[in-house]
Write a protein that binds this ligand. Structure first.
Ligand SMILES: [Zn+2]
Length: 267
């Protein structure tokens, strides 16, 4: 594996590349096939950063067709220790409004058929998912949002649905009744695979819409509306990302993410 090319990986699209200083494109091969695209590496916020658009450069991979294992493996192979995983998301609760950001602390996996582990044997490896996100990065992300004057919800549960379809009203009503806040199609297995590789991971959910069924007077979500709100808020996300990058210490000392596999195996 190549090392020390980048320390922080961000799953983000071409909108972010222009922020990078000294950007260079790297093709990475993995034992799991090709990642979604070449990886753009460069400097941002005083850190060596790798950007990979999870949906591909031309948005050619829908959520259920993303090679999540290749994407995470590729990041790790460049030396990345921490992952920032922003995403567009829907809201399941009225106070979580379009244009708000949520730094999620839990997920509920409602996907199916996605490959969600690096550990297919022969060594049985049971990685805890009790606390999916890095405690240190979550606090830094919340602070970065606040100093950027962004409305940030400090915790939330993201329901990850299989897609590419959106929820039925009954499904949405169920998720809302459970008290869960956010709905998305890509956090799982992205977050868990990062954890399996002992990477820190933090989510920043950019709320683009109310999910169908939440508010009777609101039209069901359409893709064009999602894109519109996402585009309007992209600059806020970029500002928050730079503040977050600036605040992340080079060494990992305040979280347990680097020791995730300790106690996960019988051997
Ligand atoms: Zn961590």
């Amino acid at each position: 594996m190549e090392k020390n090319i980048a320390e922080i990986g961000i799953f983000g699209g071409s909108g972010f590349y222009k922020l990078l200083a000294g950007a260079e494109e790297i093709a990475v091969e993995t034992p799991y096939g090709a990642p979604s695209s070449r990886i753009m590496v460069g400097s941002l916020g005083g850190k060596k950063v790798a950007f990979l658009p999870r949906h591909g450069n031309h948005h050619e991979f829908p959520p259920h067709k993303i090679n999540y294992r290749a994407n995470l493996w590729a990041m790790k192979s460049l030396g990345v220790q921490r992952i920032i995983s922003p995403c567009a998301a829907g809201s399941l609760q009225k106070p979580v409004m379009p244009g708000h950001f949520v730094v999620c602390d839990q997920y509920v996996d409602r996907t199916s058929g996605r490959i969600d582990t690096f550990y297919d044997g022969p060594i049985a490896t049971h990685v805890s998912a009790a606390d999916p996100y890095c405690s240190e990065l979550r606090q830094l992300a919340i602070s970065a949002g606040k100093i950027s004057n962004i409305t940030v919800h400090e915790k939330g549960t993201v329901v990850v649905i299989q897609g590419p379809r959106f929820s039925s009203k009954s499904e949405s009503k169920w998720f809302t009744s459970m008290g869960w806040e956010v709905i998305n199609m890509t956090q799982y297995p992205e977050v868990h695979l990062a954890k399996e590789l002992e990477l820190c991971v933090v989510n920043i959910s950019l709320i683009t819409d109310y999910d169908s069924g939440l508010v009777g007077s609101v039209d069901p979500v359409s893709h064009s509306e999602v894109v519109k709100v996402f585009t309007e808020n992209l600059s806020k996300l970029q500002t928050m990302l730079v503040k977050l990058l600036e605040s992340i210490p080079h060494e990992r000392s305040k979280c347990k993410c680097a020791n995730t596999l300790a106690g996960a195996r019988f051997t």
